[in-house]
Design a binder for this molecule. Structure first.
Ligand code: FES
Ligand code: FES
Length: 171
């Protein structure tokens, strides 16, 4: 057993006593009841299970949860799909996913949403030229698998959010 304390969507939780072999995905879904984080391949191949990890230096990245022990997240700050909308108000990226019909079953959506949000926050700090935007979006979303709609509509939704506020994300 291991002790686990962490921040989830801005709330400090723990300490919990967790089994050494408990995955972060099971911890979120079974122990915290936060089922928005999905379990797809279970082999770190699809990223439907990815959550955002916020680092002390202010940077953020996504991390799969299906093959990673919950104990590895001790002391970490993470964000999940449940943390995006505030008081029932969707974020611009969530709204864009809906408007662009980016998903059908939605199983991959939490991973894409977390990845897209990380990209938006990165571009806010380090804007990129418009000419590189398509490649920047493609690279950011690379690795996320979707069996329903393909990838174009997710890409288009992320692009739309960026172009709608170009002064914020582009140089
Ligand atoms: S379920 Fe974790 S990468 Fe597929
Ligand atoms: S919307 Fe079904 S897997 Fe992507």
């Amino acid at each position: 057993m291991t002790t686990l304390s962490l921040s989830v969507n801005g709330r400090t939780l723990g300490p919990f006593e967790v089994r050494d072999d408990l995955t972060m995905n099971d911890f979120l879904r079974e122990q915290l009841g936060m089922t928005g984080t999905k379990f797809g391949c279970g082999a770190a191949q699809c990223l439907s299970c990815a959550v955002i990890v916020d680092m002390p230096d202010g940077s953020s990245h996504t991390n799969p949860t299906c093959v990673v022990p919950a104990a590895n997240f001790d002391g970490k700050a993470i964000r999940t799909i449940e943390g995006h909308a505030k008081d029932g108000v969707l974020t611009p990226l969530q709204t864009a996913f809906i408007e662009h019909f980016s998903f059908q079953c939605g199983y991959c959506t939490p991973g894409f949403l977390n990845e897209g949000q990380v990209l938006l926050e990165r571009l806010e700090k380090t804007p990129v030229p418009r000419a590189t935007l398509e490649a920047v979006i493609a690279e950011a979303l690379d690795g996320h698998l979707c069996r329903c709609t393909g990838y174009v509509k997710y890409h288009e939704a992320v692009r739309a959010v960026i172009l709608a506020d170009a002064g914020r994300y582009l140089v």
